[in-house]
Design a protein. Structure first.
Length: 83
């Protein structure tokens, strides 16, 4: 899974956001990579690559957990595939 997290604003500390992501997801989810990506006018997004079991409801759990990370405005699934 590839998620894009948008912060509340340009003043959001993206490194703190990245650290919060790793602590927020359920234990069965493995974070494979986190990248800060420039959008425009100082706004950045956080791309999060993760693997998880193909179990019912897990995607909703992960999206909900990521949305609760302090500083996150929105969470979007950018890519989904089976390994």
């Amino acid at each position: 899974m590839l998620f894009r997290l948008m912060p509340h604003g340009v003043e959001t500390d993206m490194n703190a956001l990245a650290a919060g992501v790793k602590d927020a997801v359920p234990a069965v989810v493995k974070i494979r990579g986190v990248q800060i990506k420039d959008i425009a006018y100082g706004l950045k997004s956080l791309l999060v690559a993760a693997t998880m079991p193909d179990a019912g409801g897990i995607l909703d759990q992960v999206e909900g957990a990521l949305a609760k990370v302090p500083g996150v405005e929105s969470v979007e699934v950018m890519e989904e595939s089976l390994v």
